[in-house]
Design a binder for this molecule. Structure first.
Ligand code: ADP
Ligand code: MG
Length: 140
């Protein structure tokens, strides 16, 4: 089933100049990039995006990290896009990420872990319109 997921190339990966390498992996495994843009989030925007984590001890630090520089949200489309992108990202903690995953190769720490991906259809349904209006999505 064709599905969409919200991916973000996080500020650590943008700062390392590896956006192109990450996008190449996205295309190589067959995703269609339906939308993409570079943004620099405010604290309020990061807090809203990660609202599900507001009770977690790392919430404030995570929001500070996500606002330290630009990031690149994208909408990716594929059969089973949500799980397919999570598989390509690898485990949250790069120490546990499988060889060949983006986090294994580009993440610096459990927090500065290079990429984000929606974890369920309901999450994608919140996250995609958080960053993109319908007019910014380019299906083909
Ligand atoms: P994922 O991004 O793999 O879905 P989570 O949803 O659990 O992981 O966490 C959201 C983000 O919060 C992670 O990608 C990471 O940037 C950060 N994070 C998660 N756990 C920790 C932690 N223990 N310490 C610091 N930051 C964390
Ligand atoms: Mg998550």
């Amino acid at each position: 089933m064709t599905q969409r997921t919200l991916a973000i190339i996080k500020p650590d990966a943008v700062a390392k100049n590896v956006t192109g390498k990450i996008i190449a992996r996205v295309e190589d495994v067959g995703f269609t990039i339906v939308a993409a843009k570079m943004i620099h989030m405010t604290d309020a925007q990061a807090r809203g995006f990660y609202i599900v984590h507001k009770e977690r001890p790392f919430y404030a630090s995570l929001c500070a990290f996500m606002t330290q520089g630009p990031c690149m949200p994208m909408v990716l489309e594929a059969d089973g896009a949500i799980q397919k992108w999570r598989d390509l990202m690898g485990a949250t903690n790069p120490a546990n990420a499988a060889p060949g995953t983006i986090r294994k190769d580009f993440a610096s720490s459990i927090e500065a872990n290079a990429v984000h991906g929606s974890d369920a259809p309901e999450t994608a349904a919140f996250e995609i319109p958080y960053f993109f209006a319908s007019l910014e999505l380019c299906p083909r």
